[in-house]
Design a protein around this ligand. Structure first.
Ligand SMILES: C[S@@+](CC[C@H](N)C(=O)[O-])C[C@H]1O[C@@H](n2cnc3c(N)ncnc32)[C@H](O)[C@@H]1O
Length: 206
């Protein structure tokens, strides 16, 4: 089964309360995005179709919010959740590994997408997509399962990281400027350890 089909099936089959990653309030993500300097005016949320992050970003006053997701049903759910405010968001269906022309953005946000990339070649494609979309001086906020977190998510294997490990995947052009940990509780009460890395994009490195 390909990636798109996998994720589409998940969202067709499961309600929000059946998704392990579900958060009604993405507090740590919003706090970290709020902390970047200068304040973010444009944010891309990768894999955020079903997430409440877009609503939080609009409430924070972010002017340009883009949500990218591979699953059309996730995007449909996100639009429905926002109601009329959905018109203020750019919704993009696609695979992050092929994403081009989404920026320039001040912040690239990803909670629980990068950690599914178990192949080094895919992680290189992902880093290229970040470089394409994020302006120099912009920030990538990447959240994955922590070393103490689960080994699988949604039936798929994941790679677990600490903040320095996430930074190492993006090379010398990106500096780790902040990090956070969170023990997320799934809707059915299981604890999952996450780590968040905030990476600032500097000048290109040859
Ligand atoms: C585990 S969920 C996390 C959702 C959300 N970021 C959150 O924290 O609540 C992963 C999401 O990423 C999307 N996704 C997975 N692989 C993707 C890819 N290669 N490109 C774009 N979106 C992807 C899925 O459809 C799903 O919505």
């Amino acid at each position: 089964m390909d990636r798109r089909e996998h994720w589409e099936r998940v969202y067709v089959a499961k309600a929000d309360g059946e998704l392990s990653w579900f958060q009604s309030e993405p507090g740590v993500s919003l706090e970290l995005i709020q902390g970047v300097v200068p304040p973010a005016r444009s944010v891309i949320d990768v894999g955020g179709g079903q997430s409440a992050l877009a609503a939080g970003l609009l409430a924070m006053g972010v002017e340009r919010v883009t949500v990218l997701d591979i699953a059309p049903s996730a995007l449909r759910r996100g639009r429905e959740r926002l109601g009329a405010a959905a018109e203020r968001v750019r919704w993009v269906e696609g695979d992050v590994l092929e994403a081009r022309g989404l920026g320039p953005a001040d912040v690239w946000h990803d909670r629980a997408v990068f950690h599914f990339l178990t192949e080094a070649a895919d992680r290189r494609l992902y880093a290229a997509a970040v470089r394409d979309a994020l302006r120099p001086g912009g920030h990538a906020v990447i959240a994955t399962f922590a070393p103490s977190g689960p080994e699988r998510c949604s039936g798929l294997a994941v790679r677990r990281y600490d903040a320095a490990g996430i930074a190492a995947e993006f090379g010398a052009e990106f500096e780790l400027v902040n990090s956070a940990t969170e023990t997320h509780t799934t809707p059915w009460g299981r604890a999952q350890d996450f780590v968040y890395a905030v990476l600032r994009r500097g000048a290109p490195v040859d």
